[in-house]
Design a protein around this ligand. Structure first.
Ligand SMILES: [Zn+2]
Length: 246
């Protein structure tokens, strides 16, 4: 049985890599200096390099289900308050979330990107037709206990409405804003934003349109990139009445 994946590895080495060898050699010699931390959903249809016209060395990339940001202190804010005695299943999920928030590759990547790589931008990129957001309404397999706990990071974005394409899209966008707010809980993020060294960018990528909608904190809405005046501002905008730092 042919191993097509092995074939692809060989093709990369023999045909693709020679054309980019200088680039990679430079990146090894000089080290990586990406200016953007890109936190995106794991969805296979989201291709950050295509969206942003970037290549090797440009994006420090973190992907997870839903493009979520875990809490800096390891605990979901107000999760106890959200527990309801008449909804035992919900209590179990939240308790599970509290128990499992200890190991976070995403949190570690944020700290590394900001403190060591000194990135100047953090992008949180959600997208249309996100399975993670849909699972907030429809649930996940019982055996997926890590996933169930992880999804709690988007719980606050859920709307008390009938599930519909519109509700899903609004939830996807609300989830992006929720993650931006949670990023502000990271002291190194907040400090650098207040110092004008870092900007946040909340994006919602509509796969079928090929267009990113960027969050504008001043209007509280997502604006299509074709009409937007900037690539996005997060909840920190009040610090910058004159606009984000350049
Ligand atoms: Zn997704």
């Amino acid at each position: 049985m042919p191993d097509d994946l092995l074939e692809r590895l060989r093709r990369f080495h023999d045909h693709t890599f020679p054309g980019a060898q200088d680039t990679f050699e430079n990146l090894v010699r000089d080290g990586q200096h990406p200016t953007i931390l890109f936190i995106g959903c794991s969805d296979s249809r989201v291709v950050p390099y295509l969206l942003t016209g970037t290549g090797p060395g440009d994006l420090f990339l973190v992907r997870n289900v839903g493009a979520f940001v875990p809490p800096y202190d390891g605990f979901l804010q107000g999760s106890q308050d959200a527990c309801s005695a008449d909804r035992p299943g919900r209590r179990t999920q939240l308790e599970s979330a509290r128990r499992w928030v200890g190991f976070h590759g995403t949190a570690a990547a944020i700290e590394f990107a900001v403190l060591t790589l000194n990135v100047s931008r953090i992008v949180v990129c959600g997208h249309s037709h996100c399975g993670g957001i849909r699972a907030l309404y429809e649930g996940a397999p019982a055996q997926a206990r890590n996933l169930i706990a992880w999804l709690e990071l988007g719980r606050e974005a859920v709307l008390p409405v009938q599930l519909s394409p519109e509700a899903l899209r609004r939830t996807e966008q609300r989830a992006v804003v929720l993650q931006l707010e949670r990023l502000m809980e990271y002291p190194m993020v907040r400090e650098r934003i207040e110092a004008g060294q870092l900007t946040l960018h909340g994006w919602h990528y509509v796969i079928e349109d090929g267009e990113v909608h960027v969050f504008d904190v001043r209007s509280g809405t997502f604006v299509a990139a074709s009409k937007a005046e900037h690539s996005g501002t997060g909840p920190y905008a009040p610090f910058f009445e004159e606009g984000p730092p350049r």
